[in-house]
Design a protein. Structure first.
Lengths: 338, 338
């Protein structure tokens, strides 16, 4: 085994994941999805066991000065629920490993658990265990277990040439909310954008409906950003895509506040992460059903592009005829952080 | 909800767990064991799904100066395997969430994964996913999933009055190994004790044999120390115990080196944690079978005491007639660390 003397920063998060796959070798045949996927999938006859884990670390993912413990608890669970939502699975149980500084007050920890409880109740999942330890900063690691019907589960790799590309809700709100939270010049912060960052809503119901009715062909949740997550989906489906820039759904509040930071209102909606909306592909024959589902669930769904041959690449097209080719990845933990 | 303004340090880890149980309320009926147990147990017909999680945090659980990444990887998995061993379960899959400082070298991370791989191969478990993030210090959180036959799984609460109390291997080695690692006066450190701390051996095979053959009535792994873990077992079984101090198994290397720190050689073996041996109770009718199992697996097993009525409490008895009543808990993360 040869290992170059590179640092993590040089290879990046995705470079690390590729190496881990290599180091660990192939798992048992009943492991249908493993290292590198957002959710591990274990074959159990007609059903599949789903497992996912996500960490939140103080001063990396949040700052104590602008997060309240209740929302932090909800979000720690929500980001994992979103991973299960993106497969159309049913979340069931979670464990929580926490690192807590010893001088943390009991009311802080209690509010954190009240947040976890509220989110758990809403999505009918049970806390079944965990581990608590002293640590220098707050660290919250949720491991969420769910189940799904093997035949209907959605993966990143099912997109077909000619499929439509959709996204739920609006994009960019969370990234803009984060910018506003960190911006000391702005005193009265717009609540909707801040909330979208602090308290994302996992699209469990939508994900399950898309899977159960077999409307979608591939799905992923938008955690790394539209560019990054579309890339994941395209790479695993071995296809390309065109996204019509002006079709990217933006909220009214976003349109108003994004001007503070950028001339192009779509920039942040394309690159910013943590919206936890669902990005999915579907045959054009399913358009009616999908918009009817959108109405019945009262969740907006926008058709933002189409799947093309891999050789045509990944482009954003503008009304004015501009075509921008995308060849970079989304958010990378080791590379892009200071 | 009233919450006193106490800090975590004041209430301690076990005080926190009791509060979390209260905050979260009762889980679904299929959750057979949940918050507060080392392993969560989910009813799935004749089988049970087992899930456990443990965190290791730099400068809390280990120091980069005296741990090597290979052993750190092995230990991160081993401590979770030990939890499954203590129920007689079969470990199957694990996820790993890591926080890594960005300047960490790739060879360090690679060796960490080589350690994980070696341990995973030895116990035939598959890495199925995880999450990696930047962090200030190294943080490793394993979530291990296993399965067991519902009827034969061993819990902490099955000890009966009159049962024998046994422990595998020897005790105190790990705690003494840690002291020696931290002791700058000692240049040539005794390998066996150091290894017992850095590379504990989960007693998977023994745990499974005790469960499958229904030899034991209750079981726990010795992670918090003999005193602390006996307490857990007694509390949940609602019984008391007598331990014959001189029957506590000590290794030759331990006997030699413990003199550096303590006049009473048994002190550290009673209070020190992280031996990851199995502590179990069994009917006196099983003595022959248990010692025969010990021989066939080539794992030493010592009968160290007996289970008595709860009203008789928990005592250590010495040959010289001394009887020490125990009314304190073992290692507590929030209380006992500096």
């Amino acid at each position: 085994m040869t290992i170059s003397k590179k640092s993590l920063q040089e290879i990046g998060e995705f470079g690390l994941i590729d190496r881990i796959k290599n180091w660990m070798g192939l798992p048992s045949p009943e492991v249908l999805r493993g290292i590198g996927d957002d959710v591990a999938v274990i074959h159990q006859g007609k059903k599949a066991l789903l497992v996912t884990t996500d960490i939140l670390i103080e001063d990396i993912h949040f700052e104590r000065s602008w997060v309240d413990p209740y929302r932090l608890g909800r979000k720690a669970l929500a980001v994992n629920l979103s991973d299960i939502a993106a497969m159309g699975g049913v979340p069931k149980y979670f464990l929580i490993a926490m690192g807590l500084p010893k001088n943390l007050s009991l009311p802080f920890v209690s509010l954190l658990y009240q947040g976890l409880k509220a989110e758990a109740k809403r999505f009918q999942v049970d806390l079944i265990g965990g581990d608590t330890s002293l640590s220098q900063r707050i660290m919250i690691n949720v491991c969420l277990i769910g189940e799904g019907i093997s035949k209907t589960l959605l993966y990143r790799n099912g997109a077909k040439i000619g499929d439509d590309l959709y996204v739920s809700g609006t994009l960019g709100d969370s990234a803009l909310g984060l910018k506003l939270l960190q911006d000391k010049r702005i005193k009265r912060k717009p609540k909707r954008l801040i909330e979208k960052h602090l308290l994302p809503r996992p699209r469990i119901e939508l994900g399950q409906a898309l899977a159960k009715n077999r409307f979608a062909s591939a799905m992923i949740d938008v955690s790394d950003g539209l560019i990054g997550d579309t890339f994941h989906l395209l790479r695993e489906s071995r296809v390309g895509a065109r996204i019509w820039k002006e079709c990217i759904p933006l909220s009214r509040s976003y349109r108003k506040w994004v001007q503070t930071y950028s001339e192009d209102p779509y920039e942040l909606a394309q690159a910013g992460g943590e919206d936890y909306e669902l990005l999915f592909t579907a045959s054009p024959r399913k358009r009616k059903e999908i918009f009817s589902l959108s109405r019945s669930l009262q969740i907006s769904i926008s058709r933002i592009g189409e799947i093309v041959k891999a050789t045509e690449g990944f482009h954003f097209l503008s009304k004015d005829g501009e075509s921008i080719s995308i060849d970079r990845m989304g958010y990378d933990h080791f590379k892009s952080l200071p």
